[in-house]
Unconditional design. Structure first.
Length: 285
């Protein structure tokens, strides 16, 4: 009797498990259909068009080229302000990351937050700008963090230029999109991508140094950039063993050279003292 009951329970569990697997597969298939093509096509080395036009938080028409001065790198984040969750998390993340840096937008680098929803107004962007600048707590950053909106044509041209692929999901009335930060050079060339809601402070700093071609940052930052290379699979900067070995070899040569120089100086001083003592004139009594 117990065996029959146990057998019946096992059959029932297998039946339920199969039904759940089928339902999960159906949902997964639907998920793949909805999100097919959403993601990033890495376009390192490509340059965004400078003549694309957008609207700033004051309602004035601007060109994208106005934000590239040829020197300061640009941190680009593509969002939409009616996003139910992801974009808010991303903007919270970028605000926290910016706050962790000793550099300030407008000084060492520029931040562009551009809506990819052509139906959003500059008033929405202005409200978001005020909110996140208040959250950042750095008044000087107002000159370096820009919130822009635009029409479909210019938005499509920009997202295509940086390989940012998104889709409008009609059934959910929302966009499916990647959460990615794009780093651009001072000339608008795509330098690096970092995925996620929030970037580590160290990765952000290195990506900005890389995008500026070493014009931003200290000599230590340049050494770090030489010894650590971005790993797209790990989504972070990882140690480059070969470059680390070369850097260690150079450091070893410098240390040994410094030690030999110190020994040489001391030996010369010792010889000089001996010669001076040998040939010095005796004092008169």
């Amino acid at each position: 009797m117990r065996r029959s009951v146990l057998f019946g329970v096992l059959v029932a569990l297998l039946f339920v498990s199969g039904a759940l697997d089928t339902a999960h597969a159906q949902r997964t298939g639907q998920h793949r259909d909805e999100y097919e093509g959403v993601g990033i096509d890495r376009k390192h080395g490509d340059t965004v068009p400078h003549d694309l036009t957008f609207t700033d938080h004051t309602g004035q028409e601007v060109t994208l080229g106005q934000y590239f001065d040829g020197e300061r790198p640009v941190l680009l984040n593509l969002v939409y302000h009616d996003c139910p969750m992801l974009c808010g998390l991303l903007l919270n993340g970028v605000t926290k990351t910016i706050g962790s840096l000793e550099w300030t937008p407008g000084d060492e680098y520029t931040v562009l937050t551009i809506s990819f929803n052509p139906r959003e107004s500059f008033e929405q962007a202005a409200a978001q700008r005020e909110r996140y600048l208040d959250q950042l707590g750095r008044p000087n950053a107002a000159d370096g963090w820009h919130f822009l909106t635009g029409d479909a044509e210019n938005i499509d041209a920009l997202t295509d230029a940086v390989g940012f692929n998104l889709r409008w999901i009609e059934s959910k009335q929302e966009f499916a999109h990647p959460t990615t930060y794009v780093f651009l050079s001072g000339d608008g060339m795509v330098s690096q991508y970092i995925h996620g809601m929030q970037m580590p402070q160290s990765d952000t700093r290195q990506a900005l140094v890389e995008a500026s071609d070493g014009q931003v940052g200290s000599p230590v930052d340049l050494v770090m950039l030489y010894c650590f290379q971005f790993d797209p699979d790990a989504n972070t900067y990882t140690a480059d063993a070969f470059n680390l070995m070369k850097a260690a070899s150079v450091l070893t040569v410098l240390v040994l050279g410094g030690m030999l120089y110190v020994f040489w100086r001391r030996e010369n001083e010792h010889v000089d003292d001996q010669l001076e003592g040998r040939f010095s004139m005796p004092s008169e009594t």
